[in-house]
Write a protein that binds this ligand. Structure first.
Ligand SMILES: CC(C)(COP(=O)(O)OP(=O)(O)OC[C@H]1O[C@@H](n2cnc3c(N)ncnc32)[C@H](O)[C@@H]1OP(=O)(O)O)[C@@H](O)C(=O)NCCC(=O)NCCS
Length: 179
C-alpha cells in the first residue's frame, strides 16, 4: 500500500517531502509558531533547521517503511504552504490525517481542499475503509476543516496534554469508504 508521491488538490499540489525543502519548511514553521504552538507539541520556540531536517529524514524513512506518508503542500505561487500526512498507527483498515498550515496561507480553504484530496486518495488504497482526524476538543480551526471535509465525530477520548492549548480530550472524526 503506497499513495502517489504527488496529489493535485484544486489549486494546490501535495508533494512527498524532499530534503531540499528543509530551509523553507523551517521558515514556514517558525513564522507560524503563534498558530501552531497551542496544538502541536513539536512546534516550539526552539524549532530550527536541525528539527526540520530531522523531520524530513524521518518522513523519508517512514515513507519507505510504509508507516507514514508525509507531504509538503505547495500553493499556486509555488511556496510551501503547509504539511499534511497519512499515518497508519490507528490500525490496518484506517489512515489518520494530520496537518498544519503556514499562517500566511491560512483561512483560504486550502487545508480543507488538501484534506479532501488526500482522503479521496486514501480511500482508494487497498484495505482502507476509513480515514480519521484526531484533534483536541478546543481546536476549533481543525474541527472546522474536518467537518467541512465531511468527517463525522465518532468518539471523544482522554488524551495526554502535549501542547499548551490542549484540554486533555481529543475528538476523533471519520470518513468512511462508500464503496
Ligand atoms: C487547522 C489549520 C490547518 C486550518 O488551516 P486553513 O488552511 O486555515 O483551513 P481552511 O481555510 O480550509 O479552514 C479553516 C476553518 O477554520 C475556521 N477557523 C479558523 N480559526 C478559527 C478559530 N480560532 N475558531 C474557530 N474557527 C476557526 C475558519 O473560519 C475556517 O472555517 P470556515 O471556512 O467554515 O469559516 C490551521 O489553522 C493550523 O495549522 N492550525 C494549527 C495546527 C493544527 O491545529 N493542526 C491540526 C492538529 S489536529
Amino acid at each position: 500500500m503506497e499513495p502517489p508521491e504527488t496529489i493535485i488538490a484544486g489549486e494546490l499540489v501535495l508533494r512527498r517531502w524532499q530534503l531540499v525543502w528543509a530551509g523553507e519548511a523551517t521558515a514556514a514553521v517558525r513564522e507560524s509558531l503563534p498558530e501552531l504552538t497551542p496544538w502541536l507539541p513539536w512546534a516550539t520556540a526552539e524549532y530550527d533547521a536541525d528539527a526540520s531536517r530531522a523531520f524530513l529524514e524521518t518522513s523519508i524513512e517512514e515513507w519507505a517503511k510504509g508507516t507514514t506518508f508525509n507531504y509538503g503542500i505547495f500553493a499556486p505561487d509555488g511556496a510551501l504552504a503547509g504539511g499534511i500526512g497519512l499515518i497508519t498507527r490507528m490500525g490496518p483498515d484506517v489512515l489518520e490525517i494530520g496537518y498544519w498550515m503556514r499562517t500566511a496561507y491560512a483561512g483560504r480553504g486550502y487545508m480543507t481542499a488538501a484534506v479532501e484530496a488526500l482522503t479521496e486518495v486514501a480511500l482508494t488504497l487497498p484495505g482502507i475503509e476509513r480515514v480519521a482526524i484526531r484533534h483536541d476538543a478546543a481546536n476549533a480551526a481543525s474541527a472546522a476543516v474536518a467537518i467541512k471535509a465531511g468527517f463525522a465525530e465518532v468518539e471523544r477520548v482522554p488524551s495526554e496534554i502535549g501542547a499548551p492549548g490542549e484540554t486533555g480530550t481529543d475528538v476523533i472524526r471519520e470518513r468512511r469508504s462508500t464503496a
